[in-house]
Design a protein around this ligand. Structure first.
Ligand code: ASP
Length: 427
């Protein structure tokens, strides 16, 4: 490779003997000396042996200018408040590392997506923390709920938009669905699968549709995001009925066992199913949470001795993600779960069941295995999603007065508090 004035971050063209490549030059890590790294427009990184690169032409110099924050105020438009929490939607490529990092100035995401200002006036921006959603836990959900309630009870705010990472977004949407009681306005969670620097970023449409949902009459906690791979409209999806079903597609989130509340376009909203409407009154936070809850997936041949660990560590509740209609290895299995499940429940542990099928409802009465499991006292959670069930169990057990009475816990787990149980299943 000839000498070049290209530095990491520059947009360059690399010439090899039989092909040219364009992309952002990345810093070569110490351990990979002799390699030239390029971030292609597709987002993928590719490495070349230095000796094989004939020429590096700089097409565009990298500018490290700090983004100047400018939030356009327009009092003629409806006010929405934003809570920025991190995730890809508030991140951009770090050319030195080759990975995406948080924006230095979180509010600068508006620089990249100014179209939101054509629809609403972003009157307040709160940044409680900047995290990937996989780094969050219940304390972060509580923090978001406390910030949200202040904004929701401000008479000048029509609705709120929370930007968030995608991986565990559906846990946060479930938590907020339980934590925010007497909800009076829209609470919209949104995301992007691809960061700002990618031409294919999905954030712009998601943010515009979120703005439309935030000023709509849907007083629910909802996730708003791409309805398909096309960049045309989004779905507003119930916070307790959503799951991330794809690692990379823009329409990663789907409603399970239910319907979206609405189809949302950047200029209109079309209602699809029932929802609670905007109303007067104040929102209350009920953000208690019992940390000693777990979600365990059943697999063939699994030994129930794993339950001893949870007992020893004084867990208060477990959600078992069971097979099919709600089964775990029964009496005829080499490692039967029946005795151990009866034992831990007798000692006070709450055991709930969901299905790993994702779609459909649990029904333990069809097979003898299910009946025997049911007899141990397990609470079968109808069509509730496992992630929602874990969050709900933590929330229910966080209420000391309910937690001390097994029947009260069962009744609450089976009460449809925030749309988490459907009476009828949608296809
Ligand atoms: N791992 C990231 C997160 O969940 C991915 C994303 O933001 O989409 O925060």
């Amino acid at each position: 490779m000839e000498k070049t004035n290209a530095v990491p971050g520059d947009y360059v063209e690399l010439s090899l003997v039989n092909r040219d490549y364009q992309g952002m030059l990345l810093e070569t890590p110490e351990s990979e000396k002799g390699i030239v790294l390029l971030k292609l427009d597709s987002g993928y990184n590719i490495g070349f042996v230095k000796k094989e690169v004939i020429e590096v032409k700089v097409l565009k110099k990298f500018s490290e200018k700090k983004e100047e924050l400018e939030i356009k105020k327009d009092s003629g438009k409806p006010n929405v408040a934003m809570i920025i929490t991190g995730g890809t939607i508030a991140a951009r490529l770090n050319p030195r590392k080759g990975g995406v990092d948080w924006l230095d100035n979180p509010e600068s995401l508006f620089k990249f997506y100014p179209e939101i200002f054509n629809l609403v006036n972003v009157s307040k921006v709160e940044v409680p923390f900047m995290k990937a959603s996989e780094d969050m836990d219940f304390k972060d959900w509580q923090k978001i709920a406390r910030v949200a309630v202040k904004l929701l009870n401000d008479p000048n705010v029509k609705g709120i938009i929370i930007t968030h990472g995608t991986d565990f977004l559906h846990y946060t949407s479930s938590a907020l669905s339980f934590f925010l009681r007497n909800l009076n306005k829209p609470v919209v969670l949104t995301y992007s699968q691809r960061s700002i620097d990618r031409a294919s970023s999905d954030a712009n449409l998601n943010l515009q549709c979120s703005a439309i949902a935030a000023i709509s009459d849907i007083a629910e906690v909802m996730i708003v995001g791409h309805a398909s791979e096309n960049d045309d409209f989004c779905f507003a999806m119930p916070g307790t009925k959503v799951r991330k079903l794809h690692t990379s597609r823009r329409d990663a989130f789907k409603v399970i066992n239910g319907k979206p509340f609405a189809k949302v376009f950047p200029d209109k909203i079309i209602n699809v199913s029932e929802y609670n409407r905007r109303k007067k009154g104040k929102v209350k936070v009920d953000a208690v949470f019992e940390e000693k809850v777990a979600l365990v997936k059943i697999y063939p041949g699994q030994n129930p001795e794993i339950l001893d660990y949870y007992s020893k560590e004084k867990y208060k509740g477990i959600v078992l993600e069971m097979s099919g209609l709600g089964h775990a290895p029964g009496r005829r299995a080499r490692n039967s779960w029946i005795r151990k499940l009866a034992e831990i429940q007798k000692k006070g542990m709450i055991v709930c069941a969901t299905s790993q099928c994702i779609n459909g409802r649990t029904e333990p009465r069809i097979y003898s295995n299910g009946r025997e499991l049911l007899e141990t006292g397990i609470i079968y959670l109808e069509d509730m999603l496992s992630e929602t069930a874990l969050v709900k169990l933590g929330w229910v057990l966080g209420h000391k007065d309910w937690a001390k009475n097994r029947d009260a816990v069962k009744a609450k787990m089976l009460e449809n508090v925030a749309g988490e149980i459907s009476e009828r299943l949608e296809s």
